[in-house]
Design a protein around this ligand. Sequence first.
Ligand code: RB5
Length: 142
Amino acid sequence: MKIAIAADHGGFELKQSIIEYLSKKNVNILDLGTNNLESVDYPLYADKLVNSILNKESDFGILVCGTGIGISIKANRYKGIRAALLYDDNVALMTRKHNNANVMVFGGRTMNKDDVFNRIDIFLNTEFEGGRHQRRIDMLDF
Ligand code: RB5
C-alpha cells in the first residue's frame, strides 16, 4: 500500500512526525511537500496529493494544514476524492465504513500527534461496508 502525504507550512511539523511514524511501520510513503516552515498556499498541496490518487500512484492520502479545513475544502472539490477531517477516533472508523474516505486530513495546529497516529491506524485497519453506502457515494460525484 502506498500513502501520499502533503501539507502546507501549518501542517509541516505534523507531516514530518506522521512520516516518521509510518516509516517505522514500513508503509510506502510519497512525500509531496512542503519541506519547511516557509509560508505556502495550501490549495497547491491539495492539488498535488489529489493528482497522485486520481492517477493511481497512491492508494490513500494524508493532508495537513493548520486547521485541516482549507486543505479539505480544496481536496473535496475533485470527483473521486473523499477527504475526511479526522477530529476523533470514531470519525476515523465511520468515515472508512460509510464514506469509503480515501484521504485523511489533520490540523497541525489543532491536533496532537498521538491522537493523529491512533486515528491513522484506525482508518487503515477499517474496511468500507459497501451496500447502501456505495449507493450514496455514487450520488456524490455527478
Ligand atoms: C495558514 O496560515 C492556514 O491558514 C492554513 O494552514 C489552514 O489552516 C487553512 O485552512
